[in-house]
Design a protein around this ligand. Structure first.
Ligand code: AMP
Ligand code: MG
Length: 512
């Protein structure tokens, strides 16, 4: 790998703490602190993403690259660092946060002049670790590696994963926070993104009244990551806010399209580029449920449930608006932009849903059709992915007997009657399309994945890797690289009932 080509524009541009003091502390007035990966004596590579490495300009893997992948050896020109950010967690201001177990190497440039940041996750504590150890366990590392890659191949904006390695260390975690700490295998991933900047970076500077750095950071972000913005002066910052609202809305709609629930949409987990970032207690939805949250910590209020993600992203954008206010100083503009977010979101959300049903455009009555559909999904406990797959292969006679395979309850006569009624309404709605049935099916095939990385598959895969087997891992990678095809029929099934109550399959904690 060409690690000697890694550059570090961020630390050359912004104020930082170069003391290398590893103590956990507040670091006012700076955006990062220098910190070294801790290093591991007995690392082992689990998987390396060759294609991604080539694509971003790091080239091919060679034997001794493992020591870079776990942070043991660094090129001489690199000074590694962790960034400081702040944020609202579960609706409450949490003050300074920061990269608690992420350490940045810098960025690499590829032959098309695209830059990509490279970051270890789980390589040791930083000044922002807040009494935690900066380590990551195998389970959370596998989950982040696979899901970020799955999202990429689904076409959803996301950070990506370059490598997954064992550290050879044991890490102690109380997985369900119930006083039952256990030793687990430690792991480290390298993840990549055009940038890991979050809403929280802007919030930190604004809260500290570091307005010059706030302006510099916003200019840096626009110049490098928002090439579509060409205006100057205050207008530039207004355009930035409008664009970030749009990218965030587009991202939420993509999450709804594929059935992704993030689980911890705190403002520090919101990307300033509109990427899916920080894969923790996330879940792909099996049974369609607007109230579903995979995160045990979120259970009391279900703030981050599937159906609330649009609304919560708007709330998070309000906090970003407050942070950017010193640069924009126009409340009317900010309020209007945030209100427009709602209209933009719903319009495009419904258009997306229409495509999942194979509708070429939306009609006046479609809103009611969608509401009826949501009721049906809840009542018949239907699997989100399988439902649309079955719909695509609907028997021309309208027979719905197949749908039992997509339901988490028994479809008795009454439920079957409701389903038939809905399918009849759907077929009549299809008749109003201006495209052929073939074109309509193509639209469905492009918008409805055939493969989703369900939690129980991740659970099985983690168990295997823990036992030194990687067969399922490689199979899942092939499947997730081709999510719009059915490569392995055994993955096109609903979650087996034996997994209903196993933690890690239905519910997850933040412990990682
Ligand atoms: P999250 O909810 O996972 O986004 O984490 C919130 C904050 O806690 C972030 O600043 C993380 O960097 C930090 N954090 C989470 N887990 C650890 C860990 N094992 N060691 C250090 N910091 C952590
Ligand atoms: Mg986070």
């Amino acid at each position: 790998m060409n690690i000697e080509n890694i550059k570090q524009p961020f630390i050359k541009t912004f104020p930082g703490d170069f003391s290398y003091n590893p103590m956990q502390r507040n670091t006012p007035k700076v955006l990062f602190s220098m910190v070294k990966p801790v290093g591991f004596d007995h690392p082992g590579l689990i998987i390396f993403n060759e294609k991604l490495s080539e694509e971003i300009g790091l080239g091919t893997f060679e034997e001794n690259d493992l020591s870079f992948l776990v942070g043991n050896s660094l090129p001489e020109n690199i000074q590694t660092y962790a960034t400081a950010y702040a944020g609202y967690q579960f609706g409450n201001w949490a003050g300074q946060l920061g990269d608690g177990r992420a350490i940045l190497a810098g960025e690499i440039t590829n032959e098309n002049n695209q830059t990509t940041e490279i970051q270890w996750k789980g390589a040791g504590a930083t000044p922002y670790s807040r009494h935690a150890d900066g380590r990551a366990v195998l389970r959370s590392s596998v989950r982040e590696y696979l899901m970020s890659e799955a999202m990429y191949h689904l076409g959803v904006p996301t950070t990506r994963a370059l490598s997954l390695s064992f550290t050879g260390e044991k890490v102690v975690r109380d997985m369900m926070y119930n006083g039952n700490p256990q030793e687990e295998k430690g792991a480290v991933i390298i993840r990549t993104a055009e940038s890991f900047l979050r809403f929280g970076h802007f919030e930190l500077l604004s809260a500290q009244k570091e307005y010059q750095t706030l302006k510099d950071l916003t200019d840096f972000t626009i110049k490098r990551y928002y090439p579509e913005i060409t205006s100057e002066g205050t207008q530039k910052y207004k355009d930035f806010f409008e664009n970030i609202c749009k990218r965030t809305a587009d991202l939420m709609i993509e999450w709804y399209r594929v059935g992704f629930v993030h689980g911890v949409m705190n403002t520090d987990n919101m990307s300033a580029l509109g990427l899916t970032i920080d894969y923790g207690p996330y879940s792909m939805m099996d049974e369609y449920d607007l109230n579903f949250t995979p995160n045990t910590t979120d259970l009391p209020g279900r703030r981050y449930s599937f159906g609330k993600q649009g609304q919560i992203s708007q709330w998070n954008l309000w906090q970003l608006a407050n942070a950017l206010h010193p640069l924009i100083q126009d409340e009317t503009f900010l309020e209007k932009t945030l209100n427009d977010f709602g209209n933009y979101f719903w319009e495009n959300h419904d258009r997306m849903l229409g495509k999942k049903f194979g509708f070429d455009s939306l009609l006046k009555d479609d809103e009611e059709f969608f509401t009826n559909w949501q009721g049906l999904m809840h009542e018949l406990k239907l699997d989100y992915t399988l439902f649309f797959n079955y719909l695509e292969n609907l028997d021309p006679s309208g027979s719905t007997s197949l749908f039992q395979g997509a339901s988490y309850t028994i479809l008795d006569e009454e439920k079957q009657r409701k389903l038939n009624h809905f399918i009849a309404a759907y077929q009549s709605r299809l008749g109003k399309n201006h495209i052929s049935r073939e074109e309509s099916i193509l639209l469905m095939q492009q918008n409805n994945p055939k493969f989703t990385l369900r939690n129980y598959l991740l659970f099985e895969c983690i168990e295997q890797i823990d036992n030194g087997e990687t067969e399922l891992l490689h199979k899942l990678i092939t499947a997730l690289e081709n999510p719009y095809q059915e490569i392995y029929p055994e993955f096109s099934k609903k979650r087996p009932s034996k997994y209903d109550d196993i933690s890690g399959c239905s519910m997850l904690s933040c412990s990682s």
